[in-house]
Design a protein around this ligand. Sequence first.
Ligand SMILES: [Zn+2]
Length: 338
Amino acid sequence: MLKEIIEKVEQFFEEGKREIEEIKDDELLEKWRIKFLGRKSYLNKLFSQISSFSNEEKVIFGKKLNQIKQKLIELYEKTKSEIKKEEIKYNVFLPGKKIKIGNLHPITKIIDEIVQIFYKIGFAIAEGPEIETDYYNFTALNTPEEHPARDIWDTFYIEKERNILLRTHTSPVQIRIMEKYPPPLRIIAPGKCFRRDSFDSSHSPMFHQIEGLMVDRDIKFTHLKGILTYFIYEFFKREVRVVFSPSYFPFTEPSAEVSISCVICEGKGCSTCGNTGFLEILGCGMVHPNVFKNVGYNNKIYTGFAFGMGVERLAMLKYQIDDIRHFYYNDLRFLEQF
Ligand SMILES: [Zn+2]
């Protein structure tokens, strides 16, 4: 008799367990509570039958009923809190979680800005590999064998025997583009460069450059001056004094260095400009006829100019940053300012 009732109580519990698993809202849960824990429930009726058993059986039966009741209450509480959690999850009136949005790295922003200025005046964007051969990085650019830039103290060679290196400037992109496309062309090529420099306030073994190249019939030095001066006004958003002074690069002839009146002291002289009042910002020149010869361009018909600028240097001048290392430390207090 007792054994049969206990089996029934256990079945009753199993039934309750099965049913509650399907319940996803408060209304059905309340119906379940009435059915399994309510005053008129099968379980409650059994409690009133305890007196009909012998003393020994009363203990066993009572203990069993209380156990089942406790287990049903636990099921009820657990389901109730789950329903509540779901409600919170889908409540559209609760304030949302704030997602922290990152921003572009200042170097990426400056590259975009420079590229946009040239893009507007008809320059196409070009890219080349960061791992280069000696030929593209030096030889094709008219750099003689004995040039100091080729030394292992200046250049990172990956395999010296096979002349594979990390490009030291973005100029090899000029060669790759001219080999692929006939003149005329106008390109701007941003990218990473690598040199064996120590990491200090103004040097980094990895840095960014932007290369420019324009080739057509009758391109003169005045075109180069006009375009770079236009670029400088657009980039610094003010009229600075621009000075072209003679320089030397193997791949351009004549070559020039471009300086602007110091954006920090307005030309009066300060520590940034070394009290000269001027800041050197880029190198440029007319493409050397040998470079055209190397890519199969007719240097009797075509002329062109090229220029290269350091992105970090321009960013430092524009935002008045005193140490190049800030760009690479990944300190959010610095990066969030841009
Ligand atoms: Zn200055």
